[in-house]
Design a protein around this ligand. Sequence first.
Ligand code: ADP
Length: 653
Amino acid sequence: MTETHTGGAAAESTSHGFQTEARQLLRLMIHSLYSNREIFLRELISNASDAIDKLRFRALADASLVGDDTDYAITLETDAAAATLTIADNGIGMSRQELIDHLGTIARSGTAEFIARLSGEEKRDAALIGQFGVGFYSAFIVADEVAVFSRAAGSDEGWCWRSRAEDTFTIEPAEGLARGTRVVLSLKPDALEFADDWRLRGVVRRYSDHIAVPVCMRKAAPADNDAGVDQAAPEWETVNAAKALWTRSRSEVGDDEYREFYRHISHDFGDPLVWSHNRVEGKLEYTSLLYVPRTAPFELWNRDAPRGLKLYVQRVFIMDEAEQFLPLYLRFVKGVVDSNDLPLNVSREILQQDDRVTTIRNALTKRVLALLQSTADKAAESTATNDAAAQGTPSETAGDYATFWDAFGNVLKEGVGEDVSNREALVKLFRFSTTRQPERAGRVSLDTYIDRMVEGQDRIYYLVADSWEAARQSPHLEIFRERGIEVLLLHERIDEWMMGNLQNYREKSFQDIARADLVLPGESAPKASDDVTEPLAERIAAALADRVEKVRPSRRLKDSPACLVLAEFDPGPQMRRIMEATGQPLPDSKPQFEYNPEHALIQRLDAEPDEDQFRELALVLLDQATLAGGGTLTDPAAYVTRVNHLLLKMLAS
Ligand code: ADP
C-alpha cells in the first residue's frame, strides 16, 4: 500500500492505495453482483450490528467506553435531493489505522488464489464471491463515492475515509463525530431507488429483520401534510423486528428468516442446506442454531481459516469463531450458541477447560450428526418414492445429501480419527463409490452395501486407488466381478488413512482386496502352511528375486495374467504418495506377485525353455502388473525396450 501526505502531519488528508487484492475484488464484485445489488444494505447493516455487538461486549469490562449513549441503534437516512443514503451505528467505531487496515486491505489468507479462480463470467463469479463474503465493498455496487465517518469508542479523534472505488482512498480528520460509524453513500444515478424510504423499508425487512439491534428510520410524513413533520426533531421508528432470531421460538420463525440469518452470520451469499434450532433446558441452559452450508468455502482446507460458532452469553455477543463448541471435522458448520450459564467475561482459555463447554460440544456434535442423518434419510426416502413412482428426476431432498457429501464428505471422514465415540454414527453417514455403481457420482452407504452382501459374505471389501477410473480397472476386482460381490472403490486422498482407523462396521470387518490375506466369502483365513510351492512360482521367484517378496498362483485373477499384492502392513498407493510428497522414507518392502495359471501368457511363460528369455518375459509381466494396479515404473525405459524387443521378434516370426 502507498501513502501520500498532502499535508505535513498524519492529521492532514492522506491518500492511500488499495491493496492489490482488495482492488481486484472490488472491481469484480461491482461487476458480478450488479443484478443483485440490494444486498449491499444487508452487508452494511450486518457490519453495523457487529460493531454494536463488539462494543457491548467491551463495555462489560469498561463501561466508560459507552458513556451516556447506551441506546444502541442503527439508523438509516435518505436524502433524495442529494442522492445519498446514510447508514449509521453507535458501535465500536474505527481508529485511523483501523480504517486503513479494515477498509483498504483484505487480510484473509488465500485471497490471491481465490481471485485467480474468478473468471469474469458473471453468474459463476457471483456465486464464488458470495462464498468469500462480500462485505463492505458491496457499497460500491450502488455508490459512486463512499464516505465513512468514524470515531472509535474511548477516543475523541474522528476520521473520514473516502473513496470512489478507483485505486485509492483518502483519510482525513473529521470534527464533531458521535461515537461509532456513519457510512454515507453517494448513489449512482441508476440506484436512486435506495434513496426512497419505502423501498428501503422493504429491503430492511427482507434482509435484516432478525438483527437484534433496532434499525431505525424517520417516521414517514403524512402524505397530505409535509409541514406536519418537524424537520428539526425527526421522529424515528424501528423498522425491523429487532429481536435476536435464535431467541424466538421455532414456530415463529419462517424459513426465509432462517436463511437470511444464515447469510448474516456466515457471510455466505447462498442458502444453507439444512439447519437445526434448539433450546436446551435443565442443568445447563443454552440455545443453539446450527447451519450446514450448501457449498464449501474457498478456504475449507486452510487450517487457519475462520471456523467455529458465534458465542453469546445471555444474549450478549461474546466472540466470533468460538472453536471449542464443535470438533474440527465439523468445521463447516456455521451458527450461534447462546449460553445462560457461562460467565460474561469468559475467554478462549476458559472455554478450553470448562466442563460445561465440553458438555455442550458433545451435545452439539450429536445434534449435527443427527441433522445430517435425517437429511440422508430424507434423501433415501425420496429416492425410494421416486423409484416407485418411476419419476425421472430426483426430488430436491434427494439431491441435498449428495450435495452435502460432495462438498464436505472428505472433511467428515477426518472424524474417524478425531471422534472415536461417534464413529459408528459418522460411518453411517459416509458414502462410497462401488463396483455396482456405473456412474462416478453414484454412491451408497455401508448400510446399503451390507443389505446387498452375497450369501456367506461377512466382510466389507474395498480397494484403494489414486482415482475412480484406476480403481474400476484394477485386476484385483476380477474374481469379485465373477462372483457378483460388490467392492467399495476408495479413490479420495484421505481414504486409505480413514480405513486405517476403521476396523469394522456393524460387526463386519473391512478387507482391502489388494492385500495378500484376502479371504473370499465361504473361505477361512489362509494359513502359511496353505502356501503350495508350484514349480512355476519358484521359477518366477528366481527370475524376479530382487523385485518381489513372494510369488504364488492367484485366485483373484480371471482376465489378467498377473497382479501385485501388498503385505498386511505395507503402505498402499495413497499412503506411498503422501509419504513421498512429505519426504518420509518409504519402507523397504517388496510386493508379492500373483499370476493367473489359466492365462495364455502365463502358460507360454511356463513353456519357455530359455532362462534369459523367461526372465525378460517375467519382467514385462511384473511391470505390467505394476501399471495395471495404478503404480509407476521405476525404470519405464527398460520396460519399453523389453516390449519393443518382443514385438520385433513377433514381427520377424
Ligand atoms: P467482514 O465484515 O466480513 O469482516 P467487511 O469488508 O464487511 O468484512 O468489513 C471489514 C472490517 O471493517 C470489519 O471486519 C470491521 O472490522 C470493519 N468495519 C466495517 N464496518 C464497520 C462498522 N460499521 N463499524 C466498525 N467496524 C466496521
